[in-house]
Design a protein around this ligand. Structure first.
Ligand code: GDP
Length: 314
């Protein structure tokens, strides 16, 4: 089958599957909608961590062992900043810095975040389109045992240690989705919507919180398939299952499926979770979902597309 595949993604987990999809689809068939709830301003720079992870991963520039930033990075700027007594808790490599400076410059000149991101991905040689969920300002905040925290304070400075009681996507209510995304969801050419294995609370739900997004996905003609970010009750990386427990949910693939149940046609879970009960109306597909190499990413992407195409045929 052909047509546009729209993938919703956060950072590392989402980018892994997005890379697999980019490899198995034809040029121009994949459009990725990235979370911008993690975005923040730091040292006067506009930083979009999830969009950057997508850009670097799809460009083959990501440092996969560190899990963020660029490979072969140098750190002269950070060292110099530290010597001047500047803030060094959020690490910015020299090459990474260039991306943030260029984005900040273009935003200040009046370009939208989607136009800037599109320009950057072209320069980095990424053929798949990468769009932010909105060009408006949305900021994820977390209510923890110590009070409300900005996302990067929670995630980087406090290393996800505080217990999370609630989340707020500040600005989401008034934000507008990027129009092309809504057009694609309403269009005839859509083959599938893929919800990548990203953190539900920090990556996917901020996207779904943009007014019109959830309804457009629920009403689209194409099948919607999600991949579980939880394998046998554990996150591969990051605070997903810690947060689930703190929010009073079961730390399980099944609890993730329930959060998207109104949208899903199929849910891809790991073989380890084959016994889970799927929400009503959602088909369960089991696969090896741990992606440790490019072949894993491609294989899982094929399985996701096959699941979507099978739903379309029903
Ligand atoms: P972040 O914004 O960088 O934290 O990244 P995401 O929100 O996109 O992804 C975090 C989630 O990805 C975590 O819940 C991980 O369990 C999940 N994840 C990471 N690698 C894999 C993988 O290889 N397979 C699956 N199924 N999930 C993964």
């Amino acid at each position: 089958m052909t047509g546009t595949v729209l993938a919703l993604a956060g950072g590392v987990g989402g980018a892994k599957l997005a890379l697999g999809l980019a490899h198995v689809l034809d040029e121009g068939e994949l459009v990725i909608v990235g979370n911008t709830g993690d975005d923040f301003e730091h040292l006067g720079l506009a930083i979009s961590p999830d969009l950057d992870t997508l850009l670097y991963t799809l460009a083959g520039l990501a440092d996969e062992s560190r899990g963020w930033g660029r490979q072969d990075e140098t750190w002269k700027f950070m060292a110099a900043l530290g010597r001047l007594g500047g803030p060094t808790w959020f690490r910015l490599g020299d090459s990474d810095l260039a991306l943030h400076l260029e984005r900040t410059r273009r935003l200040a000149a009046g370009e939208t975040l989607s136009a800037v991101t599109d320009g950057l991905r072209r320069k980095l040689g990424v053929v798949s389109r990468i769009l932010p969920m909105t060009d408006d300002r949305v900021r994820t905040r977390l209510r923890c045992d110590c009070g409300w925290l900005d996302f990067q304070d929670y995630f980087v400075r406090l290393r996800c240690e505080p217990a999370v009681q609630a989340l707020d996507y500040v600005g989401a209510e008034a934000a507008r989705p990027v129009p092309e995304v809504i057009d694609m969801l309403g269009g005839e050419d859509l083959r599938a919507v893929v919800i990548c294995p990203s953190n539900p609370f920090l990556s996917i739900e901020p996207i779904l919180a943009i007014p019109g997004m959830r309804t457009a996905i629920a009403n689209c003609r194409a099948p919607v398939v999600a991949v579980s970010p939880v394998i046998a009750g554990q996150a591969v990386k990051g605070p997903t299952t810690k947060m689930m427990r703190e929010l009073g949910l079961a730390a399980s693939a099944s609890a993730v499926a329930c959060r998207y149940a109104d949208l899903l046609d199929a849910f891809v879970v790991d073989e380890a979770d084959a016994a889970m009960a799927a929400p009503e109306g959602v088909r369960l597909v089991t696969a090896r979902t741990l992606m440790t190499c490019l072949a894993d990413r491609r294989r899982l992407a094929q399985i996701v597309l096959a699941a979507a195409d099978a739903e379309a045929d029903r």
